[in-house]
Design a protein around this ligand. Structure first.
Ligand code: BG6
Length: 284
């Protein structure tokens, strides 16, 4: 029942199309970006902008950009959100697994701008849920310090009715206020303006409740100590050339990784795996 094929995607970029009995997905080698995941009988789970550029020198706007080895735009770095979301990855292996699972493993060829002897692997597994995993292997003789983040854009019916749950009592850095530290007071984070927050030491499970599409999305992580919640709202949407003016209504980012003071230091010879499992169910 499972099927995999290479096709030419938007902008002429190659993409992998995966199909199982329960779901379909698309992965661009550009950035190892999962741009689409859909369970049969449900709307797509991931948001992808109709204005995304699909150019080899920029990131894809939507799906799951892979952020590494830094998050945001530190003053001493050339680009926002690291280097690997605009690199061309390679397909290393396709595996059919028990339980109607299909798994694609991608690797990043070495690039001069990336630290030598740091290897990256990205594994995407689909079935009735979507699991993505970023492995970092430090094959150097020195410890390696980095940030990582799987920048997941979720599709929602109308963000003004949606809410994010599971972060009450968690400290966050407010990126709209020079990363001031605050504590989340609410059990249900709602959207009536721009939101851009880095939750620190976050729990492994968050949920998006979306009455518009009548579903709950569950995000379950391993080895992710940070959760980033982002919606650009009106002005920022208009300012982004690769994002539709009204598309902020149809998306919310709940990103999973290790960011800011949750950055990681990987000892020489060790590896670590950041995993995000995404599932959905009818809204109770
Ligand atoms: C989020 C950041 O992770 O990514 C936001 O918290 C940022 O500050 C957003 O605007 C999008 O970034 P980019 O580089 O993809 O436009």
């Amino acid at each position: 029942m499972s099927r995999v094929e290479f096709r030419t995607g938007q902008g002429g970029l190659p993409k992998l199309v995966l199909q199982t009995a329960a779901s379909t997905a698309e992965i661009y080698l550009h950035g190892a970006s999962v741009t689409h995941y859909q369970k049969h009988g449900e709307p797509p789970l991931l948001f992808l902008s109709s204005q995304s550029r699909f150019q080899s020198d920029g990131p894809i706007r939507g799906g799951i950009p892979v952020i590494f080895p830094w998050f945001g735009k530190p003053a001493d770095k050339p680009l926002q959100h690291g280097l690997v979301r605009t690199r061309s990855w390679q397909l290393a292996e396709i595996e059919t697994r028990a339980g109607d699972q299909l798994r694609a493993r991608l690797t990043l060829p070495s690039a001069p701008e990336l630290p030598a002897a740091i290897r990256l692997e990205y594994t995407v597994t689909i079935s009735a849920e979507l699991t993505v995993e970023l492995a970092v292997m430090n094959e150097s003789q020195q410890p390696f310090t980095f940030e990582n983040c799987l920048h997941t854009y979720f599709a929602v019916g109308d963000v003004r009715q949606a809410s994010v749950h599971g972060l009450r009592g968690i400290d966050y850095l407010d990126s709209l206020a020079a990363r001031q530290r605050r504590t989340e007071a609410s059990d249900a984070i709602r959207f009536s303006g721009e939101v851009d927050r880095i939750y620190l030491n976050a729990p492994p499970v968050t949920e998006i409740r979306d009455p518009g599409l009548r579903r709950t999305i569950r995000v379950e992580t391993q080895n992710a100590r940070s959760a980033v919640v982002w919606n650009p709202w009106i002005a920022k949407s208009k300012a982004m050339p690769d994002f539709g003016d009204d598309e902020y209504l149809r998306m919310v980012c709940v990103e999973s990784g290790n960011v800011a003071e949750n950055q990681l230091t990987l000892p020489a010879g060790e590896s670590c795996r950041l995993q995000v499992a995404i599932s959905s169910a009818p809204l109770a």
